[in-house]
Write a protein that binds this ligand. Structure first.
Ligand code: R5P
Length: 292
């Protein structure tokens, strides 16, 4: 029996303190569910509002490419410095220790490899994404590719339905096909399509006029790094994207193919979170490298 004799009346209602009605700190997230906001808070630093995601999903397209031969040796040691780990379920399960507490952005679609044409991707099951404790789910959209545009946009849209049910944000990944123009008009269109279909994060590529891509996309935009560049140039890429309003990076090759991957991810964080210029970031890279 509940003890009815000793119920203590509350007397600390903070009557002079109004309820907090402030907005959520990330662009476009006010109307999202508590679960989506909570998971976004795990991915995006509350102070800077930005993220440094470490992408290592390349193997599902490319196999054991340079820098990803052994995820347990190449990526796991970098995990502590990343704000979020973005990869495929097989590699995370086998090669990232389960006591990792960094949020996972799970690559939730899969398809063909670089040996064939643009991906006819399909989604993995949401049960598996949930079982991986995913903080976000990512799927590619091939805007502009006649063969796969409709099916990949349908994938994204279906994934958003699933994400909304379980409170898991979805990241739309804008693909770049061989025949697609890599300019602000194209990336602006592709990014907007992701947001229109309900993505909570959009991953795209930096280009001239990137401020328009960001402005036309009402949710946080992160950039992929693309092919390996000299470290200073990669840091310039991050800096320019941030100056244009990007909310961070989802970077792979420019970190794990760097001559000093740990120093590089730390330097990227200096630029993304701490306002370092490219040169300051590069100086930090050299310092971190020397300390290692
Ligand atoms: C995108 O679909 C890829 O799977 C990578 O996650 C993305 O391109 C980021 O990696 P990187 O910085 O190497 O371009």
């Amino acid at each position: 029996m509940a003890d009815l004799d000793d119920i203590r009346d509350g007397d600390n209602f903070g009557l002079n303190t109004p309820a907090d009605t402030s907005n959520f700190y990330l662009k476009g997230m006010n109307s999202m569910s508590w679960g989506i906001k909570n998971r976004m808070s795990r991915i995006f630093n509350r102070k800077s509002g930005r993220t440094v995601m470490l992408a290592f999903d390349h193997g599902f397209l490319m196999g054991p490419t340079s820098g990803l031969e052994r995820i347990d040796l190449n990526i796991a040691p970098l995990a502590e410095e990343a704000d979020c780990l973005m990869g495929c379920r097989g590699m995370i399960r086998t090669s990232i220790p389960a006591d990792n507490t960094k949020p996972i952005c799970l690559r939730t679609d899969t398809g063909t490899t670089i040996l064939t044409e643009m991906n006819h991707n399909t989604l993995i099951s949401e049960e598996d994404a949930i079982s991986m404790n995913a903080s976000a789910m990512a799927a590619m959209v091939a805007v502009g590719d006649a063969a796969t545009e409709a099916s990949t946009i349908a994938n994204l849209s279906n994934l958003v339905d699933i994400g909304n049910t379980y409170g898991i944000p979805v990241m739309g990944v804008t693909a770049v096909g061989k025949d697609m123009a890599r300019d602000a008009r194209y990336f602006g269109l592709a990014s907007r399509v992701c947001a229109e279909n309900g993505a909570s994060i959009v991953k795209t590529y930096y280009t001239e006029g990137f401020e328009k891509v960001v402005a036309g996309t009402p949710v946080p935009v992160v950039i992929a790094g693309g092919k390996k560049l000299p470290e200073l140039e990669a840091l310039e890429l991050c800096y320019n994207a941030i100056q244009c309003g990007a909310s961070g990076v989802d970077m792979g090759r420019n970190v794990f193919q760097s001559e000093a991957p740990l120093a590089m991810i730390k330097a990227v964080k200096e630029v993304v979170h701490n306002g370092a210029t490219p040169q300051e970031g590069f100086d930090a890279f050299n310092t971190f490298k020397a300390e290692a």
